[in-house]
Write a protein that binds this ligand. Structure first.
Ligand code: AP5
Length: 220
């Protein structure tokens, strides 16, 4: 919930680490249904900015469409501004940030208290199928999959009846570029958090419910 003064406050952050398609967003959304957590997805914030046609959205779109990372200075500024909007002691599931060493250092130096980083481990060969089959509700943001989590009424969201969309960057060519960028720039952050004794790991190569059970053990 936004703080009325917008002043800098301390929030508790769990970083969700893992390749595109590893299930970070799916698990964060499930966890938030109980109301104890806030899901902050930098990808969702950027997509909302693009939809709105804001300055940030216009700057970010070319990078995202090509499967590249949005530059660090824009992302760090965005994160700092967003964190300032939360009440003290909010519990944030941070999905999609950090993605580079520079972002990880900036997060450590911010007012946020990073308590743990949970790595969603999935074999590389499953990721393309997971991402290209993803469908997202244009109204409530619920995430489905054509094979692994199909909607009951094809093309319509089970929760709100909204239309299911295929993300522009979920086509195979862009997915392969996103994975290449992930291995080069983001995967090394596993070591970054291991060195700080903050790394936890989930076997994300199992049915969604089982991943959920493993994930939730880190929040007792
Ligand atoms: P972003 O939106 O963060 O995308 P991403 O990291 O590529 O992550 P995904 O949303 O693809 O994967 P996910 O792990 O959340 O998977 P999901 O749960 O949906 O970023 C998009 C772009 O924004 C980036 O490319 C970049 O340009 C820019 N950006 C964002 N943050 C940035 C930053 N910090 N710095 C620079 N640039 C930034 O699951 C995927 C599918 O699999 C779904 O269909 C789901 O139903 C299914 N599924 C989930 N779990 C399972 C399971 N256990 N078994 C079977 N299927 C499953």
């Amino acid at each position: 919930m936004p703080s009325s003064e917008g002043a800098e406050v301390n929030v508790e952050v769990t970083v969700l680490l893992g390749a595109p398609g590893s299930g970070k967003g799916t698990q964060a959304k499930e966890a938030c249904k109980e109301g104890n957590f806030i899901h902050l997805s930098t990808g969702d914030v950027l997509r909302a900015a693009i939809k709105k046609g804001s300055d940030l959205g216009q700057k970010a779109q070319t990078f995202m469409d090509a499967g590249n990372l949005v530059p660090d200075d824009l992302m760090i500024g965005l994160l700092e501004d967003t964190l300032k909007g939360y009440e003290k002691n909010s519990r944030i599931l941070l999905d999609g940030f950090p993605r580079t060493d520079t972002q990880a250092e900036a997060l450590e130096e911010s007012s946020a208290n990073v308590t743990q980083a949970i790595y969603f481990n999935v074999p590389e060969d499953l990721l393309v199928e997971r991402i290209t089959g993803r469908r997202v509700c244009g109204n409530c943001g619920a995430v489905f999959h054509t094979s692994f989590r199909p909607a009951e009424d094809d093309g319509k969201c089970d929760n709100c009846g909204g239309e299911l969309n295929h993300r522009a960057d979920d086509v195979e060519e862009v997915v392969r570029k996103r994975l290449e960028v992930y291995w080069k720039q983001t995967e090394p952050l596993i070591d970054f958090y291991k060195k700080r004794n903050k790394l936890k790991e989930v076997n994300a190569n199992q049915p969604i419910k089982n991943v959920q059970a493993e994930f939730r053990k880190f929040f007792v």
